[in-house]
Design a protein around this ligand. Sequence first.
Ligand SMILES: Cc1ncc(COP(=O)(O)O)c(C=O)c1O
Length: 396
Amino acid sequence: MFEKVQIAPPDPILALTVLFKADPNPDKINLSVGVYQDATGKTPVLETVKEAEKRILEQENSKGYLPMTGEPVYCAQVQELLFGEGNEIITSKRAATAQCPRGTGALRVAGDYLNKLHPDAKIWLSNPTWANHNTIFEAAGVTCEKYAYRDAKTNGLDFDAMCASIKTIPAGDVILLHGCCHNPTGIDPTPEQWAIIGDLLVEQGVTPLVDFAYQGLADGLEEDRAGLLELLKKVKQLFICSSFSKNFGLYRERTGALTVVADSAEQASTVMSQVKLRIRYNYSNPPSHGGQIVATVLSDKALKAQWYEEVAGIRNRINEMRHLFVDTLKAKGVDQDFSFIIDQRGMFSFSGLTKDQVLQLRDKYSIYIVDSGRINVAGMTPDNMDRLCDAIKSVL
Ligand SMILES: Cc1ncc(COP(=O)(O)O)c(C=O)c1O
């Protein structure tokens, strides 16, 4: 069984974290990880999460299994956050939500659903995209294709190329769109562009799957749903994969959801009956704790308002670091234009640094960036900015 097994290749990003931890340099900087860090370099537990946990500890009276689709109160709160209170999609019950173990789990359940019910459907991923998208869908037996996204010359969206790609997608296929804060580029379509994308998808007969892992980290919890809502004006059927890892800081609590929007309540419930089976054959039912936290915070008006402020704190810190980074490089006399970093949103940006420059930063300055040049802006702090920008200037 085991003699001929060869060691699996390490995950490139997690392998960098191991190297970073082993680096004895006290001034080391980690811009490779996929978690938010505050100005002291910590990944904090939100105050609202702490308060919710206290209440849960006092009130929880059972550790019985959750239903396959999770806690109904949580699912209702997920929908309200996605579509806004009173949205027709909610009142008409055209949406059905299943609580899932993380955004990753939601993506996998969607992949299993596609593989079982639409075995010929391929999923189209932006070029580039989060590295796990490929592996999650391939593991579920769904073939992945690429559509054009980033313009390497401008570090912006190559919208014409994106539209041209969409026009080649066969009817019946699925396109994965990042709801906001595109990972890894930080480049998002404008609401006008979302509307055009929606029209094209209707023309082509292509179903969107919106991966919504960063709601609140771009321009605001409500502002960030603008793209999704534009899409929903055009498209009647779609999948949404939500994650609360980033905006609630619930990384290890595995808190996500898969939402299906359908033509009618009846259709949504039929589709969800099939989603349930995929869940049943995979992990049976979701973990509870993270979902309870989210439901507790979002069901309490005061806690919800406080959470909005905490998310604003995360978002503002990231956006401040974007400005400080560009300003500091300019002040140090770096000619290369990095102003695109200010226009991008979310935790990540493609820095445009080459692999050779990335390796020099690692070897000479203990600055850890993934080989593609993707940086986690949340790894920057006012304290490490000078050292970071001096090092970047020296390798440019
Ligand atoms: C684009 C994207 N989708 C989904 C996820 C999944 O998030 P999680 O599984 O932590 O909820 C991530 C996490 O980094 C992501 O960047």
